[in-house]
Structures are given as C-alpha cells and as structure tokens.
Design a protein around this ligand. Structure first.
Ligand code: ZN
Length: 416
C-alpha cells in the first residue's frame, strides 16, 4: 500500500510539470496499461480519481439538440469538447427484450456483465455480482453518488447494491448503509428511507404529486444513517453548509422534478442543482489521498423524453452540461482525474427537424433559425450512445464498444 501511495503522489506532480511546460501529458504506453500489474507487481497508475457521468437517456440527437439550443451551429458543448469520443452499444441479455432499461445498462457498466432489464448488478440467473462502486470502496477509495433521481434508483443502485428487481429501493438504501457505504449520497427519494406514516423532511402527499409518501419497509434508515456518522441535509441551505465527512442529502420525496407531458404539471425546478451537488461531492471526496470514484447522473433527460417533452429535455440537458463543466474544471485542476460522460440508452427516438412537427419551435442560438423536436416513441430505443472522455486513460474510450467495456476500463483503475 505504501509503495502505491507514493506512486500516486508522484504522478500528478510529473503531469503538472509537463502541463506547465505546454507538453502533452498523455503517454499512450503507460496510460493504455494503467492499473495493470507490471512485472514488478506494482500498478502503473496515472488515474487517481474517476468521475463517471450518466445522462440518462442521452443519445447523439439529445446532445445535438442541446448544442443547437445552447451553443449554436458553430458552437460546442462542454460534454462534446472532450478530446476522446466513441460509441457504446447497449444491448441487454434479456430473454424478452433487445432494448435495455437503465438497470441493465448501469449493471453492464458496474459489473461488466450484460443482464436482464430490471436487474441491479445481478447476472441473468439472479446471482449478485461485485459492483464497481462497492469494490472501489473496499479497495480504499472514497466513493460517492449524485443524481436528480432517487439515490436508490437503478443507475446509482447498480454501482453500490445488488437486487433482482430495481423496485426494491428500500433494500437498496439499506445496502448502502450496511454494505457498500458510499461517503457521499446526494439526490432524491426520501420516501424509501422512512416507513409509512413517518413523512420526514418532505411531507407526504404533496400537491404537486399526491402519490408521494414514505413507503420504506427497512425501518428508519435516516436515523440509522445519522448514527453511522452521516450528516443529513434536505435543502439547499443544508447542502451549502455540508462539512467534511460523510453526507446523505435527500432533497425530495422521489425525483427532483415532476415528469409530466408539457403543460400538464411538468416541473423542473430542482431544490438543489446537479452542478451544486457535484461540486459539494467533489470537495468532500477530493480530501481522500487514496482517490475516489464519483457517479453523477442527470435523470430528467430520460424521464421527460418518456413524456415527449422537448422543452424540459432541453432544460435537463442544460443541467447536465453545467454538471459536466464542474467535473471538467475539477479534472483540469487535478490531472490525475478521468472524466467520462455517456448515456445508458437513448430515450424517445429524438429527431431534430426544421419544420413544425412535434415540440417547438426552439431557437438555434445566435441565429434567426428554429428547430423542432420530434419523437418516434415514448420508450427507450436501441441506438448506440456517444461516450466522451477527458483525462488520463481517456483514449480507451475511442471507437465502438459494448457498454460492458466501461467496466473493463474503469475497474483496473479503481480496484487493484
Ligand atoms: Zn427510461
């Protein structure tokens, strides 16, 4: 352990010196083998921190619609400006489905195994698999998850828990506290941490969605989290006042938005932004000298695409972009940090059109032009998704790969 720690401390200094000299800091030989054991038995480590960002439901056309809207036809989004880009195919291993859901997609990233829709890091037979976030923690890294969905929703769950059915969100919360122990947990879903009749900080049956209310069956997990040393915060002021150490932040009963069709009660006014949650998480995790793994997820793109709601999809893409900018700024200051941005699947079959069909018109930034967003489905599609990467080992994401390849790249960087 001591030898490895010394190497980690040396690597950023070297990288920083080269960067200051205006030289390219990427070394294809050492970076391509990062994390693999050399003959000496010592890992050749250039990556200390990994920030993995899921734009849930984000395909190439979602990025392009956001580019036209926020950057214009000659502009570039931060998420598209990363030096390496590739594509991931998303096929699950499901006896009845060829198009993935978020659970099978995230399980592929977290375990390297394609599985059935609804599975949370279990194989097609239902056997639990080692999940990347839990493994990184066991290997001594700090870990965190940040999402605008429930913190126990399929994507974060696949990195830090195992379940035959993604609906078991209360048991997933229990596993966070008892088994995988992420240091930072920020998002929604307080309903799953408390038993029925105990509303918590977010009241049951709120006007904006009367179906919400506490529903956990694993006891009062918030009291348990506090006893385990987590700070518990529930609003923007609490998030701003987070002190160093473990933190659980649940800012809504369920998601941080209300996913309805346009004009029918759709709301995306998150009590805390994904960018602010990401910034808080990075500040805390960066204190660990052993490095960290952070999962960041913008869930609203997927859910508003399910509602064919172009206005809110563009808004959610903007929130994703701001969180990517926070991660990129951190990585620019910490050259031993790999940032990966992708999507678990495409949602909606989104098409950008220049005639009045579907949602719109939306202005093309910096021009007098307009575009419309049209949809082919209210579900997911089997399109491959773009992946972009920045930092050491980013070049591994060049080309087209199955989504399980994410695990092949990230695991040796985080676990050895
Ligand atoms: Zn979806």
């Amino acid at each position: 352990m001591r030898t490895r720690t010394v190497q980690w401390l040396v690597a950023p200094v070297v990288a920083g010196t080269l960067a200051a000299a205006g030289l390219i800091i990427f070394n294809p030989l050492t970076d391509a083998g990062a994390g693999k054991k050399a003959d000496t038995g010592a890992p050749q480590r250039t990556v200390r921190n990994v920030i993995f960002i899921n734009g849930d439901g984000v395909g190439a056309a979602h990025r392009e619609a956001a580019r036209l809207f926020y950057a214009g036809p000659r502009g570039t989004l931060m998420m598209d400006s990363f030096p390496v880009s590739g594509r991931l195919t998303t096929s699950p291993d499901d006896p009845a489905k060829i198009v993935t859901d978020s659970a099978a997609g995230a399980s592929a990233w977290a375990t390297g195994v394609a599985t059935y829709n609804g599975a949370v890091s279990v194989d097609p037979a239902g056997n639990p698999l080692p999940a990347l976030g839990a493994e990184a923690k066991k290997a001594g890294r700090a870990t965190g998850l940040v999402t605008t969905a429930q913190v126990t929703d399929a994507t974060p769950a696949a990195f830090f828990a195992n379940a035959k059915d993604r609906a078991a969100q209360d048991d997933i919360a229990r596993q966070y506290l008892e088994r995988s122990k992420p240091d930072v947990i920020l998002g929604g879903g307080e309903d799953w941490w408390l038993p029925a009749g105990k509303p918590g900080a977010h009241r049951d049956k709120p006007a904006e969605d009367p179906a919400e209310g506490s529903r956990g069956t694993k006891g009062d997990l918030i009291t348990k989290a506090k006893a385990d040393g987590y700070q518990y915060v529930t609003n923007a002021a609490g998030l701003a006042a987070v002190k160093p150490g473990k933190v659980l932040g649940l800012f809504a009963n369920q998601e941080l938005f209300q996913q309805k069709p346009e004009g029918q009660g759709d709301v995306y006014r998150p009590p805390v932004t994904l960018a602010d949650m990401t910034r808080t998480a990075l500040t805390g995790l960066a204190a660990d000298p052993d490095g960290f793994f952070l999962l960041v997820e913008e869930e609203a793109v997927d859910e508003f695409a399910h509602s064919d709601n172009g206005t809110r999809v563009l808004q959610a893409m903007g929130e994703l972009e701001k969180a990517v900018a926070v991660a990129k700024a951190f990585a620019a200051n910490h050259p031993d940090t790999l940032v990966v941005v992708t999507g678990d699947h495409e949602t909606g079959g989104l098409a950008i059109e220049d005639y009045a069909d579907g949602d719109g018109p939306f202005p093309v930034k910096g021009t007098g032009l307009k575009f419309w967003i049209d949809w082919t489905t209210k579900g997911h599609t089997g399109q491959s998704v773009p992946v972009t990467a920045y930092g050491p080992s980013a070049e591994r994401f060049n080309g087209q790969h199955p989504n399980t390849y994410v695990h092949e790249v990230l695991r040796p960087l985080l676990v050895n």
